[in-house]
Write a protein that binds this ligand. Sequence first.
Ligand SMILES: Cc1cc2nc3c(=O)[nH]c(=O)nc-3n(C[C@H](O)[C@H](O)[C@H](O)COP(=O)(O)OP(=O)(O)OC[C@H]3O[C@@H](n4cnc5c(N)ncnc54)[C@H](O)[C@@H]3O)c2cc1C
Length: 407
Amino acid sequence: MSKVYDVAIIGGGPGGLTSALYASRGKLSTVVIEKGQVGGQAATTEEIENWPGTEHTTGPQLTENMRKHAEKFGTEFVRDDVQGLEADGFIKTIKGRNAEYQAKSVIIATGAEPRVLGIPGEREFRGKGVSYCATCDADFFEELDVVVLGNGDAAIEEAMFLAKFAETVTIIVIHEEGKVDATPVVAEKAFKHDKLKWVWNSTISEIGGDGIVEYVDVKNINTNEVTRMDTHGVFVFVGTVPRTKAFANLINVDDYGYAIVDPQTLESNVDGVFVVGDCRQKHLRQVVTAAGDGATAAVLAEKYIHEEEGFIEDVVDVDKPVIVAFWSPTSEASMAAMPKIEAAVKELGDAVKLVKIDMYRNSRISSRYEIIEVPTVTVFNKGEVVEKLVGLDVTTEALVNKVKELN
Ligand SMILES: Cc1cc2nc3c(=O)[nH]c(=O)nc-3n(C[C@H](O)[C@H](O)[C@H](O)COP(=O)(O)OP(=O)(O)OC[C@H]3O[C@@H](n4cnc5c(N)ncnc54)[C@H](O)[C@@H]3O)c2cc1C
């Protein structure tokens, strides 16, 4: 049988790498399954100026440090492309293209990929002048002319990076003159940049050339006028789409494919499966928020494993009836009921075991057994609920009779 990891992390971008650091530092056996180069989207930018405490770094540098940091605490890394996930019990199976992996909890950190425009020529010239990554391809355009489509932070920062190589960088912006979606600090720097040129109210309607990119057709969205512009390269930065397809049969996603998770715990609709970073619904998709998610999910994964293992050991894998008494420190009545229940258990001697569960601290198990008020007492036999007594009517007599019946 293959190794069962405590935590399997799918995706090695900043979200996955931070989960790996927290999980492995917390002494959980941890694997990161990454289909490409570790580092994710962050590794495709040369300009990171908003990682707290570091005025300037490059994406490859920052994510390589994250990888080493996680590895130092024992994280294993494997190269595989995950195709699906089975999670109908405590041990989950991750199906990679090369192998299957087993883990008690799973953190999906598959991020996002560049949105394509879907215009004529885009697919044909991909890698022949059309690019979605300045870091990867900028040096092919040394002293040549390029256009950038997009006007968010990524587009503008990447345009400035391209300007270090290219002769001219023309940014095509769909908004009216002077308006971009990038944050003001980024926009201000770009407007002062002498190598950047701007075309407003426009988009690209076609990319063309003879074997390699030679021109773009720029369409003014107000007048519909199309102007042909000679260029050697087209860099497209018009947002991203989440990579959740492989899990969409299992976890809840919204209309755009972003995973829907509990905002407090980042747990999906599947117990023990968490989703972090750019592939989940959230307001801000950045390295720092992916890292924050990663830390939260790893800590909650540890809690999940601890609770589940405790429950399996104390309740499920026990060869006599187990009385599970759900209580809460906020319910006086539930606390007052405990001595009564303890007395009933004492009367039964070795025939039964008592486990007390705080309903709020252990909300996952409480909701799995549909505990909606305390006190509630459930009698488990061979891992199954055979009796459920709700509220103040829990009588020692009922408990004693049920356990005697089972014995
Ligand atoms: C050009 C650019 C510039 C940016 N600049 C900045 C910046 O300056 N500051 C900032 O804070 N943020 C910046 N960002 C955003 C930042 O990079 C992302 O928010 C961040 O990388 C998200 O991290 P993540 O871990 O959620 O996902 P990603 O970084 O997308 O990583 C996901 C990883 O999962 C892997 N993966 C996907 N599917 C599978 C699968 N099925 N099996 C195995 N592995 C899989 C991918 O290969 C990838 O490595 C920039 C993004 C881009 C594109």
